[in-house]
Design a protein around this ligand. Structure first.
Ligand code: NAD
Length: 480
């Protein structure tokens, strides 16, 4: 039984402009010192971060419980593990990444050699969201440190307990001229975005991503934008329905549906509709009993603003004729919305025009897969697209005729956990990629270095031009 009060939507404490400037100037002075650290020195820093995350594991769980009643096991699975596995990946491969890459030399450039040097971009800004505050702050931080940058972090104001704790961890592990965390909301974010950072890594909504990109353009700062959107899920006639229902229900209700790669809505082949709804409802009960408000595994909506947002989507869908198959009950005192399943949802209702980011699954049926593909392609490119099928031809047809940041076959959201895969969106769902080597590259400048060892052909082709030189140029164009 829940006794503690949930956090109210209070105004965040902002960081002053002078403090922001002070840290930026400090980091500017130390950026080359940090950039010239060896792989072992960077690994030592990440080891300290890794140890701190494990040492503070109980406090992290406590903070996230206070912020939105997240279950401690879910914190381990979705906040602690992704950070520790990202750090382990970096520790394992950093020496290889930092060695850079030798590239081939074309015959016409004989006598030279070339290589790529991955060098730190400089001072980078990480702006993180509230839905996985630890994971989506310390994950990118590991990549930024791996690449040798100094880092300023602006976490979300909506999970104040997690943000304050991350600030404490950062102060304990790093000196402020290498990594600094600045708490605050839009005001602090806006002030930070005025500075000439060398890279900005932003995770959040597409609408805010546009604000970030516009601000970055002022200084031609490169950006990684990890955004969101509506990730469709397709369940075809060959799918294992029981398994699909279980995995989709997990993907939908983990973190109370507040997941950028949650299956936003589902298309189920019409021949499997009844079986799917039945299995899905059974799964909801298996996970959270008949009354999820009494089940500690079920988190809450993060605050009143988002509670009213999701509730208004459900109300709007019902007003437009949607059928509630399960859920759609509420308790405003707890920011509680029951796990909800809906059919007959109008395509012009808010549930289908906006990213849901809450515990509601609209289910549609289809007969012809190409109709689904047309609908998916008529929307913005999603961050993820999921396919449940045993038919290789269907899977290939869907993948080849749609676009998405990532895809799981017979699962959802699980691709986030494989740090060997690039993670990120495409266009409206994001620009650039995170995780593993891709994350390291996002925070690095790939400097192309050309080294001339002996005189080369270009030396023969300098002005003044004459017939002989022209013949040499013609020969080069023809044969090399
Ligand atoms: P948000 O965009 O509202 O906030 C993200 C960060 O931006 C916060 O730190 C916030 O303080 C800051 N911010 C908010 N408004 C701002 C403004 N006007 N100017 C400058 N900074 C501003 O996102 P959120 O509500 O924290 O998270 C939900 C969104 O993030 C969803 O759209 C979700 O899909 C997306 N998301 C994406 C990923 C991913 O990896 N692609 C992961 C998690 C969440």
């Amino acid at each position: 039984m829940i006794t503690e009060a949930l956090p109210t939507d209070t105004k965040p404490t902002e960081t002053s402009n002078s403090e922001i400037r002070r840290i930026f100037d400090l980091q500017k002075k130390s950026q080359y010192k940090v950039a010239n650290t060896t792989a072992n020195q960077r690994i030592a820093k990440l080891k300290k971060l890794h140890e701190a995350v494990l040492r503070y594991r109980p406090q992290i769980k406590d903070a996230l419980y206070k912020d939105f009643r997240k279950h401690p096991s879910e914190v381990d699975l979705t906040e602690i593990y992704p950070v520790t596995s990202e750090i382990k990946h970096v520790k394992r491969d950093l020496k290889t990444w930092m060695r850079g890459e030798d590239v081939k030399t074309p015959l016409a450039m004989m006598g030279s050699s070339s290589y790529i040097r991955y060098e730190a971009k400089g001072i980078v800004l990480i702006i993180s969201p509230w839905n996985f505050p630890i994971n989506l702050t310390f994950g990118p931080l590991a990549s930024a440190i791996a690449a040798g940058n100094t880092v300023m972090i602006k976490p979300s104001e909506m999970t104040p307990n997690a943000s304050a704790l991350m600030g404490k961890i950062v102060r304990e592990v790093f000196t402020e001229d290498e990594v600094s965390l600045l708490e605050g909301g839009v005001e602090t974010s806006t002030a930070l975005l005025k500075l000439p950072f060398n890279h900005i890594f932003f995770t959040g909504a597409p609408s805010i991503g546009k604000i970030v990109m516009k601000a970055a353009a002022e200084h031609l700062t490169s950006v990684t934008l990890e955004l969101g959107g509506k990730s469709p899920t397709i369940v075809d006639q060959t799918a294992d329905i029981k398994l699909a229902a279980k995995r989709i229900a997990w993907g939908k209700y983990v973190n109370n549906g507040q997941v950028c790669i949650a299956p936003d809505y589902a298309y189920v082949h019409e021949s499997k509709k009844e079986a799917f709804l039945e299995e899905y409802k059974k799964q909801m009960k298996d996970f959270f009993t008949e009354d999820a408000s009494q089940e500690s595994s079920y988190a809450r909506i993060v605050n009143k603003r988002h509670y009213h947002r999701v509730k208004s989507y459900i109300d709007d869908a019902i007003a437009k004729g949607a059928k509630v198959e399960a859920g759609a009950t509420f308790d405003e005192n707890q920011d509680y919305i029951a796990p909800t399943l809906m059919t007959n949802v109008a395509k012009d209702s808010k549930l289908m025009t906006e990213e849901i980011f809450g515990p509601v699954l609209p289910v549609f049926t289809y007969r012809n897969i190409d109709d689904v593909i047309d609908e998916v392609n008529a929307r913005e490119k999603p961050l993820a697209l999921y396919i449940y099928s045993k038919n290789k031809k269907n899977i290939k047809h869907i993948i080849h005729n749609t676009r998405a940041g990532g895809t799981c076959i017979n699962h959802n959201a699980a691709h986030f956990y494989n740090t060997n895969l690039p993670f990120g969106g495409s266009n409206n769902s994001g620009i650039g990629k995170a995780h593993g080597f891709e994350g390291f590259k996002s925070f690095s400048n790939a400097r192309g270095v050309f080294n001339q060892h002996v005189p080369n052909a270009l030396d023969l082709l300098t002005p003044p031009y004459d017939n002989f030189k022209q013949r040499l140029i013609d020969f080069t164009i023809k044969w090399f």
